[in-house]
Design a protein around this ligand. Structure first.
Ligand code: SF4
Ligand code: SF4
Length: 344
């Protein structure tokens, strides 16, 4: 509830409460269906590998500057593979925690997760594991099951599985997966997304409507039996009926996604390019869609309140911009700006 109220306040002030940062363009994996390395990830035929990324002090300082300017409540560190920049993250993560920001690092666990991360408050480690060992190891080597099991020791992690068509059609794989990772002590919870294609994509990963329905039905049946499987009924219902466009997607509207040069914005959401919203399987989008579809006492949908709040936030931001233009010395800085970042 505190998070919802703080997010609502940020939206009313014209800010986006969530930020996703592609901390590096490097990754030792070559996963089929990787959206980050899609040729058109950044639009205009540009992919993540086409941008220049930062390292060392420059990366640490620029991320802090960006976060101070935008003032998100939640930051996702994605890639590429974030552990490629583990030295910089060793410095950054405690700073973000000290700023009261909830941070999620999304990783393949291809290398050991630094032990000191286990004691950082407000940090969630989300390890991507796509299917049972034979399929996963083939798709995501060198981040194999054996390495993951070794590298997560001493940590508490979230397992995040993206279901592809191959997994959706293998009878019983979803339950076998949930059972295996439930029995691993380091696992706190298990999340599932469904593979999200680009518009017009014809790939082996893309799910048909029947694949989607079967997978959601399986998760619905399993959730009451496996407490670590964190797939609430509203979230599963939202996976069955994704937002029809970025304009209908609360997640896309509240999250600023920044690429590895820490300048370009990835649009319309973290997938970049032209994602097929009608076939979106992103757990974050589904989670916020579920919140948006919740009806308050009296029948009003939370999503309606959200849309109203976004408009108020945009207008208040425009008003502040106008005041600043008229009285540059006297007007307060706009939200998300600090004296040192203003004008940067
Ligand atoms: S680990 Fe992530 S960024 Fe790297 S290839 Fe796989 S999906 Fe892409
Ligand atoms: S998260 Fe899904 S629904 Fe939202 S904009 Fe991206 S593809 Fe569309």
């Amino acid at each position: 509830m505190e998070g919802i109220l703080r997010s609502w306040h940020a939206i009313l002030m014209g800010r986006r409460p969530a930020m996703s940062i592609e901390i590096t363009r490097e990754c030792p994996l070559t996963c089929p269906g990787c959206y980050a390395f899609n040729d058109n990830h950044l639009g205009a035929g540009l992919g993540l590998r086409d941008v220049t990324d930062l390292k060392g002090d420059a990366l640490v300082e620029r991320v802090i500057q960006l976060v101070r300017a935008e003032r998100p409540l939640h930051v996702s560190i994605v890639g590429g593979e974030p552990l490629v920049r583990f030295r910089e993250l060793n410095r950054l993560l405690p700073i973000l925690s000290g700023m009261g920001i909830y941070t999620q690092v999304v990783t393949s666990a291809v290398r050991p997760i630094p032990p000191e991360w286990a004691s950082i408050r407000r940090l969630d480690l989300s390890v991507s594991i796509d299917g049972l060992q034979p399929q996963h190891d083939a798709r995501r080597k060198p981040a194999t099951y054996d390495r993951i099991l070794k590298h997560i020791q001493g940590h508490t992690i979230t397992v995040h599985c993206t279901v592809t068509r191959q997994m959706a059609r293998a009878e019983g794989d979803v339950e076998t997966f949930v059972r295996f990772w439930t029995d691993v002590a380091a696992v706190r919870r298990i999340w599932f997304s469904l593979y999200t294609p680009q518009v017009g994509e014809l790939s082996a990963e893309r799910l048909t409507a029947a694949d989607r329905a079967r997978t959601v039905a399986a998760l619905r049946a399993l959730a009451p039996r496996y407490p670590k499987l964190a797939m609430a009924p509203g979230l599963l219902a939202a996976l069955e009926a994704p937002p029809s466009s970025p304009e209908q997607c609360i997640f896309a509207k509240v999250t600023r996604c920044v690429s590895a040069d820490l300048e370009r914005t990835v649009t319309p959401c973290q997938f970049g390019g032209r994602p097929d919203c009608a076939q979106c399987g992103c757990i974050a989008s589904a989670g916020l869609a579920a919140v948006g579809r919740y009806r308050l006492p009296g029948g009003l949908e939370v999503g309606r309140v959200f849309d109203w709040s976004m408009r108020v936030g945009e207008q208040s931001q425009r008003l502040r911009d106008a005041v600043r233009a008229r009285f540059p010395e006297k007007a307060p800085l706009p939200p998300g700006k600090t004296p040192e970042t203003e004008g940067a």
